[in-house]
Design a protein around this ligand. Structure first.
Ligand code: CMX
Length: 436
């Protein structure tokens, strides 16, 4: 058994017993109530799912197994002389609740490298798609094309014991994470670089290799990619992509099916696709104003135009957060340290000053502050990754780390099939009539 799996197994055995005992003793104890507004309003904030890999505080933002982003930037292992954490370290932390050593992270980089071989039929499937198929659609299809490799599905077919689900899920998750940057880079190069592909560089870390397979081999871009893949990895379980992975997985669908489901959720403009929408919106603004250095008054007018045309300001607002997103701040710090004279970056910073004031004045937006998607595009454009329809794929590669680590826990805990209760509008109308 590999060292990470061994640690996971030891923790999972304890965790499963603890959870069983909690369910037995406190199964009837009430945690939360649900009101009519929450039923109509997208189930906001109902505490009804387990998620261990990270938790989200409205004021403070994300913590991964208790660690904030600034702490992770300091504590997670880096490449020799590097400034940004290796995402491998975050996966280790999320899976087994400990900050790994550099040796452990090096082991994981090598392990993922050894698991990254992809059957040629997967690339053939991708090549059969029209070249203008959205990269997120290609990504989901690529993941689905690899599903025939699922160890979980094959073992289930042969009558796997339920006590072994965690093991097969671990194997699938490790294999899928290993392969994702290769699939993603393949999609990028086929869509935007005439199908001229760049092979993996043996011995390079997971994030660094992804960057160089995209074709941008500058040390600062590799560094950005490591940071990017770390900060997008998880955002507790209630967000649409994480929840979808968890929901699909609860039917005992394997990691490929579950993760592909989550990626279809991430591809929506109110969620992960907002990262492409932000830069598209900024590019349109620059074009319509005829300048890359707009004044704050020009920005204000453009924001109002967007709102008046019935659209949201992309990259702003959040269902949980009530402060600027620490993932936005982490990217801002990276930009301040590396590319502070970039015009598009300056627009992002000026928007940070102007948008909250405009959204706040509407009186209905609960969080007028920027989220993770408000900054990422400006950084990517600076290093030459301008094809913004690809951005959500980058988000997806990172999101795999959190949702698949949690999926291993879901199967180790033996969590049940998800099955909330729906009500009809007729039921709701009689309920409110009776409770007037
Ligand atoms: N621009 C304009 N209006 C906004 C807004 C924004 N950025 N954010 C919220 N609002 C509006 C909502 O549309 C809603 O209006 P109605 O009552 O007229 O329908 C009102 O303000 C209240 O919404 P809320 O409770 O503050 O926010 P929600 O929890 O409903 O929605 C979110 C959260 C993210 C979907 C929303 O803020 C939004 O649409 N933001 C822009 C898209 C975006 O950046 N998404 C990425 C989120 C991060 C991620 O998942 O990657």
């Amino acid at each position: 058994m590999d060292p990470l799996k061994e640690k996971f197994k030891a923790l999972a055995d304890i965790g499963k017993e603890e959870l069983k005992s909690i369910a037995k003793t406190y199964g009837e104890k009430q945690i939360d109530t649900v009101n009519v507004g929450q039923v109509i309003g997208g189930m906001r904030s109902i505490k009804c799912m387990l998620w261990d890999t990270s938790s989200l505080d409205p004021e403070e933002g994300i913590r991964f197994r208790g660690y904030s982003i600034p702490q992770l930037r300091e504590l997670l292992p880096k490449i020799e002389g590097g400034k940004e954490p290796l995402p491998e370290g975050l996966f280790w932390l999320m899976l087994v609740n400990e900050i790994p050593t550099k040796e452990q992270v090096d082991w994981l980089s090598a392990e993922w490298e050894s698991r990254a071989k992809i059957d040629p039929s997967v690339f053939k499937t991708l090549d059969s798609l029209s070249i203008d198929t959205h990269p997120m659609t290609q990504f989901t299809i690529g993941i689905m094309a690899m599903q025939s490799d699922s160890i979980f599905a094959a073992n289930y077919d042969e009558g796997m014991n339920r006590n072994d689900y965690w093991d097969a899920m671990y194997e699938d998750s490790m294999n899928l994470i290993a392969k994702l940057p290769h699939i993603a880079a393949y999609i990028y190069r086929r869509s935007f670089h005439n199908g001229v592909h760049i092979p993996a560089q043996p011995g390079l870390d997971w994030g660094g290799n992804f960057a160089q397979m995209l074709g941008i081999n500058q040390p600062d871009f590799l560094s950005l990619m490591r940071l990017y893949l770390t900060i997008h990895a998880d955002h507790e379980g209630g967000n649409a992509s994480a929840h979808t992975v968890h929901l699909v997985g609860s039917t005992l669908s394997d990691a490929y099916l579950s993760f592909a489901g989550g990626m279809n959720s991430l591809a929506g403009p109110l969620h992960g696709l907002a990262n492409q929408e932000v830069i598209k919106w900024i590019f349109n603004m620059v074009e319509s104003l005829g300048t890359t250095t707009p004044t704050k008054d020009q920005l204000r007018a453009y924001i109002n135009e967007t709102l008046e045309s019935g659209q949201v300001v992309p990259g702003y607002g959040h269902a949980v957060l009530r402060q600027p997103d620490p993932r936005f701040i982490a990217q801002k710090i990276f930009a301040e340290q590396n590319i502070k004279d970039d015009d598009i970056v300056q627009i992002v910073w000026d928007l940070f000053e102007v948008v909250p004031e405009v959204l706040g004045a509407l009186g209905k937006v609960k969080n007028p502050w920027p989220n993770v998607d408000a900054h990422s595009g400006a950084l990517l454009v600076h290093y030459g990754l301008k094809e913004y329809s690809f951005y959500t794929v980058l988000f997806g590669v990172s999101r795999a780390l959190g949702v698949l680590a949690q999926l291993c826990w879901d199967r180790a805990y033996g969590l049940s099939l998800e099955r909330p209760k729906s009500i009809t509008t007729e039921w709701l109308k009689s309920f409110v009539n009776e409770n007037k």
